[in-house]
Design a protein. Structure first.
Length: 466
């Protein structure tokens, strides 16, 4: 690890202070500082790989309508990579020219019968896995059900599932339904990890204490890699290790982690994981999802999996013999042939990821999110705004969750939207903003804070004068 990386990793503000000195700017909020940081950014050219809506397209009638909007919502839906149009249009062309023959004969070398293989290797790199440990298939919650069907095998002694209390609702619904599927009661088989009173975040030591205390009853620990509401990046390695020590299976929902933070699923010994691809992976709304199954389970054919023909041995798949022979590894969990168009959209996005690494993205994210964090904590009173995402950059990705006090969140959110600044709101009082390193500039962060200061003055301080 380089000394520069260490500076970012250990103290983002220290590195920002160094950059401020080098740029000769008078303050972090000055245009010259943001311009200096953007000019020094080794990933700056990747922004050109994306279609960025204009201010006028997002907020008709907005000033400077031809300028790019400020997009801070990659945690919900990533921007459109320009390469997606090319890859999808090529598939439409092949469909039109070759129809069914394109399953096996494809002018661009991507026969549909193996389309998922075009995105398998790069997906594996992003999650820190071996190629055969990853399959691209279905959608997120469907994949969670598929994996739980195989890995949640409750017994009278070990039947509980441990999740975070504020898990994403779809995860909560899926796990509750899996418990009921086994004729069990979520009231006794669902164990929810609560934060301490008055806190938003879950402390790692509390999670480990719960596992130590209840591990003999826990069948599966099923957490999110990055918590959708707070943006907390959990210690996947430590939690997985502790759960394994108590005999638990460990699975992770990586919807907000994949493409956001570096992952090492194989080395961390994770049993299974699943993710969507339309957030930080930028594959488009409803994009195809992915799964990870550790190689030690590759030959676990005795598991009572939900089977489909795309998970059958490729060499005999089309013989239609009706005797299921699963492919070793994650591919054996596939069901139907994947959507060619959504897989091609993912391929277009992954072609951008191939131009960098998760480590390089993480370096920028430390600085970019650290810059935003510093501006928010120095320019705003805690009586107005509170950041509930961890201050430690090792415990967060690029998302910051902002609590706006006194019931003013929607006024602030609507005011930002009118100025073509896009984040997303989570009622009752949180706005999530995510300076995604692939396409967000330091200038975007600076402008966001300047505009937010103006809005806060209108919504809060003028209110106090009445």
């Amino acid at each position: 690890m380089t000394s520069h990386t260490m500076a970012i990793k250990n103290d983002p503000k220290q590195d920002l202070d160094l950059s401020l000195t080098q740029s000769k700017a008078k303050s972090f909020l000055s245009p010259s500082f943001a311009a200096y940081m953007d000019n020094q950014d080794p990933l700056k050219e990747l922004r050109n790989e994306f279609v960025i809506p204009t201010r006028g397209e997002i907020a008709p009638g907005a000033d400077r309508s031809n300028e790019s909007c400020i997009y801070l919502c990659g945690n919900s839906l990533g921007l459109l990579p320009k390469a997606v149009s090319r890859y999808v249009n090529e598939e439409l062309q092949v469909w039109g020219e070759g129809a069914v023959n394109s399953h096996f004969k494809h002018r661009f070398g991507r026969p549909w019968v193996r389309i998922e293989e075009t995105v398998q290797e790069q997906s594996a790199k992003i999650v820190g896995a071996k190629k055969d440990e990853v399959a691209v298939m279905n959608t997120l919650t469907s994949n969670l059900h598929t994996l739980l069907a195989a890995f949640y095998t409750p017994t009278p002694e070990r039947h509980k599932v441990l999740i975070e209390s504020k898990a994403f609702p779809s995860d909560h619904y899926a796990i509750e339904s899996q418990i009921r599927w086994h004729k069990l009661d979520p009231a006794t088989s669902l164990l929810c990890q609560e934060p301490r009173q008055g806190e938003y975040l879950l402390r790692t030591e509390d999670i480990l204490e719960t596992i130590e205390k209840h591990g003999h009853e826990i069948a599966v620990v099923a957490f999110s890699g990055v918590q959708y509401y707070t943006g907390q990046y959990f210690d996947i390695e430590a939690i997985t290790k502790a759960a394994h020590a108590k005999g638990c299976i460990v699975g992770w929902d990586l919807a907000h982690a994949v493409g956001n933070v570096p992952l090492q699923l194989h080395d961390w010994n994770v049993d299974f994981a699943c993710w969507c691809s339309y957030k930080y992976l930028n594959s488009g709304p409803g994009g195809i999802a992915g799964i990870f199954v550790h190689e030690r389970h590759a030959m676990g054919f005795e598991r009572n999996r939900l089977a489909g023909w795309w998970g059958h041995d490729k060499s005999t798949r089309f013989e239609m013999i009706n005797v299921f022979k699963p492919i070793p590894g994650a591919a054996g969990f596939q069901h139907s042939n994947p959507s060619v168009l959504t897989t091609s959209a993912l391929l277009g996005s992954l072609s951008v990821f191939e131009k960098t690494t998760m480590q390089e993205m993480r370096k920028k994210s430390y600085l970019l999110t650290g810059y935003l964090y510093h501006l928010l904590t120095t320019e705003f009173s805690t009586d107005v705004l509170e950041i509930i995402t961890p201050s430690d950059p090792e415990q967060r990705g690029c998302q910051l969750s902002l609590v706006f006090k006194h019931g003013k969140m929607m006024e602030i959110f609507d005011g930002l939207a009118a100025r073509a600044i896009i984040g997303d709101e989570r009622k009752p009082d949180v706005i999530r903003v995510a300076p995604t390193p692939l396409y967000t500039r330091f200038e975007d962060v600076r402008q966001f804070v300047v505009e937010l200061k103006d809005l806060v003055a209108q919504v809060y301080y003028l209110e106090k004068e009445k």
